[in-house]
Design a protein around this ligand. Structure first.
Ligand code: SDX
Length: 379
């Protein structure tokens, strides 16, 4: 067995072979099953993109309608999960509630029939259908309200915003939200997808796979950055404060949230699309001072760190869009998770054919043949 050189964070080390998505970090290219993200953001829908990612090709009209109907039917969650959400502290982070409730789905559906295509399809449909319901339910319950039941007649994005706010969103707001889901659906072997792969490689159930990935996405260096960006923009407070704030953080070697990427060394193509959506939203619904601050942050960071390939990533503008849609800041990352369930499931399904447990090696830096010292003799 050849042992590769140790690379912190596995930088540049392939952990999988995959045909699901492709990223070119120097040219700012992102493709899902070979289709450019710009095409999908303009012409597709999140449910169609989820089908494309998981089953590898665009669905026919009949396949799409059947998939969508199954998802609408499975949106409801077991009452026990709704009751469980009521036991959580209202000030708990929604990502922790989501990770717990995603794992809890396994209590009801985890029959591990991974060689049964019907079981795989059921798991895909249930996770795509129920994760939004659980996120919206926690939001309602932590405000002291009953969870809102899904409306079968509403499409995926409209139904989620309805369950979250008890109001039917405008078609424009629903479309913006649906595009955000498409943009966040998949991104090769990022940290949370890698978690999903490692967990899936033990042949556990797909609910545990998604719960593992949710826990990984929550971190501020990964999906949690979108919430941190708004905190940063609020700390800055005005366009005039941007330069000194950024210079101070760079001097302290503190990361600027929403910037940098292991793969992209140019502006993330998703950030470009999200920024243009933010501009449209603000022209439709009213300007936002934090957008002006964000533009100044991007200018100063590019001036200071552009040479190192530090540019806005997907998390820099997404929070501004979500906030304009009336979504609470601490739900930005759960919404990232709602979308990324499609990518995690696509890699889970692809990985099943590999059927080899992840078990990397290490470079041992410790000692050998050390004596056991009785506690009475230890200093
Ligand atoms: C996502 O992988 C994916 O595909 C993820 C994602 C997806 O769709 O799944 O795209 C989603 O997670 C986007 C990233 C969200 N996170 C953030 O915005 C947090 C801030 N960004 C950084 O923490 C960082 O850029 C990472 C974690 C995203 C990438 O880190 P790397 O590849 O390990 O880079 P690094 O930490 O080794 O940094 C390399 C250099 C360092 O400088 P030097 O020590 O070499 O002088 O670049 C600097 C870093 O200090 N650097 C930054 C920076 N990011 C890197 N400096 C300031 N601000 C930053 N944001």
């Amino acid at each position: 067995m050849t042992v590769c050189e140790y690379k912190p964070g596995l930088e540049g080390i392939p952990a999988a072979q995959s045909s699901i998505s492709y990223v070119n970090g120097l040219e700012g290219i992102l493709e899902y099953r070979g289709i450019p993200i710009q095409e999908l953001a303009t012409h597709s829908s999140f449910i169609e993109v989820a089908y494309l990612l998981i089953w590898g090709e665009l669905p026919t009209q009949e396949e799409l309608e059947s998939f969508e109907t199954e998802i609408r039917y499975h949106r409801r969650m077991k009452y026990q999960i709704g009751d469980m959400l009521k036991l959580f502290p209202n000030d708990g982070h929604p990502m922790d509630a989501l990770q717990t409730s995603a794992a809890a789905l396994g209590l009801f559906y985890a029959r591990r029939a991974l060689d049964d295509p019907a079981y795989i399809r059921q798991a895909v449909v249930r996770l795509l259908a129920k994760i939004p319901t659980m996120v919206a339910a926690f939001q309602m319950v932590r405000k002291g309200n009953y969870a809102i039941m899904p409306k079968d007649e509403l499409d995926y994005a409209t139904n989620f915003l309805y369950m979250l706010t008890e109001k039917i969103p405008t078609p424009y707001a629903a479309k913006v939200f649906d595009v955000c889901l498409t943009l966040h659906a998949e991104h090769t072997i990022n940290a949370s997808t890698f978690s999903a792969l490692v967990t899936a490689s033990t042949l556990t159930d797909p609910y545990a796979v998604v719960a593992s990935a949710v826990g990984t996405l929550a971190g501020p260096l990964h999906g949690g950055a979108n919430e941190e960006v708004l905190i940063m923009l609020e700390e800055i407070g005005s366009v005039e404060n941007v330069r000194s704030y950024i210079e101070t953080r760079i001097e302290k070697k503190e990361k600027i949230m929403g910037f940098g990427h292991r793969v992209y060394k140019v502006k993330d193509p998703r950030a470009i699309i999200l920024q243009s959506m933010a501009e449209q939203l603000f022209s439709e619904l009213g300007s936002d001072k934090y957008y002006d601050i964000a533009l100044e942050v991007e200018k100063v960071v590019e001036e200071k760190l552009g040479a190192k390939g530090i540019y806005p990533n997907v998390d820099f503008y997404s929070g501004l869009v979500y906030r304009k849609l009336g979504i609470p800041d601490d739900l930005f990352t759960p919404i990232f998770a709602i979308a990324r369930v499609a990518g995690w499931l696509a890699h889970w399904k692809e990985q099943l054919s590999v059927n080899r447990i992840f078990r990397p090696t290490q470079v041992y830096t410790g000692l050998h043949d050390m004596p056991y010292i009785p506690i009475s003799e230890r200093m």
